[in-house]
Design a protein around this ligand. Structure first.
Ligand code: ADP
Ligand code: VHF
Length: 377
């Protein structure tokens, strides 16, 4: 990482533990410090988008709970109280610096629909270009557990990809990624730079540290997988450290910097949507020749290569592509519907001669061999 003076588009994720007091209530002082730092970046001409947690933490006491609730309806009710308080506080504080804040609440289904995904991008771009600070959170009050992003870490990485950010900064209550959970191992060592999320790196992450946070280090690692695959240099550091945001943008802050060694292997927007947001609508199994073609980046295969088809989907749907042994090759958009592809798979050798020129195009293919796709997204 090298320092530079370019005006950047920066996405900053701030966790619940960084916005609350020891008792778990929203801390105005912590919010003030964060806003002061963000305003400093804005004064320097950078565009800033905040992904802020804290709705549940800011609301649960006012709901009458003594500790952060576990039940979904109570968490949602707490978020309904807290989200308003959070945005009101942000708005007040940013206005005192001469900046306007805006609220964007997102659910996973907003991102799995490609039109809504692109719409969100257009809206956020307008706000950023006009100097306004979008403050994003998951729309906790309406999402059900099964359909939640669940943590704002991966949400922030997806948003960073969506707006083509120059940097993702995740601020937590810890000053970076350690080689083991520092709560359990006092001799744990800080990693200054990570160029690839290997299994070893994944194993370093333990459970969430605070009673108000949900994601823990595991979801941060998942987030960095997404941001790295999207070509976005990322940083993990400790909130509340003086000048942490400013220094992170200059690449001089203490923390962990995540950046792919090879800057050229990153996903374009369509591929990011396919890899991290779309829900595949079906599955096709392809033969060895088709697999070889795909892996040689031909992005298409002969109709004869379709072995079997699962699910019902239209032409233009995202499907999972696997080989005859059931090993997943990747995800991509197909140019035939499930019925047509099934017909291809049922043709005899003789019949196939008639279709020898038929080609199944795989648009925006994302191969698992090339790109680490987090499980469960
Ligand atoms: N390998 C690790 N390196 C650093 N922190 C770790 C590691 N494993 C687990 N943790 C814990 O993850 C916590 C941060 O996650 P979390 O409590 O969810 O914070 P946030 O509210 O900022 O999302 C740290 O306080 C730390 O105790
Ligand atoms: N959307 C939730 C936060 C979820 C979350 O990821 O929290 P955290 O692990 O503190 O970043 C809220 O605003 O309370």
């Amino acid at each position: 990482m090298s320092a530079d003076n370019k005006k950047k588009r920066v996405v900053i994720k701030i966790g619940s533990s960084s916005l609350t007091s020891l008792h778990g209530e929203m801390s105005r002082r912590k919010l003030e410090r964060l806003v002061d730092e963000v305003a400093r970046l804005k004064d320097d001409g950078h565009e800033v988008l905040l992904v802020s947690s804290g709705a549940v933490a800011a609301g649960y006491r006012k709901l009458g709970c003594l500790t952060r609730p576990d039940s979904l309806p109570e968490k949602q009710a707490a978020a309904a109280i807290g989200q308003g308080l959070l945005i009101e506080a942000y708005s007040d504080l940013f206005i005192s610096h001469g900046y306007v804040a805006s609220q964007i609440l997102i659910t996973r289904s907003d991102f799995s629909d490609e039109n809504r995904y692109n719409n969100a991008r257009n809206t956020i771009n307008v706000l950023l270009e006009r100097g306004i600070i979008p403050i994003v959170n998951e729309n906790d009050t309406v999402t059900i557990d099964r359909l939640k992003f669940g943590d704002n870490d991966t949400l922030s990485a997806k948003v960073a990809g969506l707006v083509d950010a120059d940097q993702l900064i995740i601020l937590s209550d810890i000053d970076g990624l350690y080689d083991s959970d520092p709560r359990k191992n006092p001799n744990a060592k800080l990693l200054k730079e990570v160029n690839e999320i290997t299994e070893d790196i994944e194993e370093m992450a333990g459970e969430p540290g605070s009673s108000v946070g949900t994601g823990g280090m595991r979801s941060k690692i998942d987030a960095f997988k997404i941001s790295m695959a999207s070509g976005i240099p990322s940083f993990l550091g400790k909130s509340g450290t003086p000048n942490i945001i400013y220094d992170a943008v200059q690449a001089s802050a203490k923390g962990t910097y995540f950046e792919l060694e090879d800057q050229n292997v990153n996903l374009d927007l369509k591929q990011q949507w396919i890899a991290f947001n779309s829900g595949p609508e079906g599955e096709i199994t392809i033969d060895g020749i088709g697999k070889d073609r795909i892996l040689q980046h031909k992005k298409n295969l002969k109709a004869a290569g379709i072995y079997s088809v699962k699910g019902e989907f239209k032409s233009g749907a995202v499907v999972r592509i696997q080989d005859i042994d059931g090993e997943e090759i990747g995800l991509g958009v197909v140019n035939y519907n499930s019925e047509e592809l099934t017909e291809f798979s049922n043709l005899t050798k003789e019949e196939l001669k008639e279709f020898k020129d038929a080609v199944v195009e795989i648009e925006a293919l994302v191969c698992h061999m090339e790109v680490p796709i987090p499980v469960g997204v």
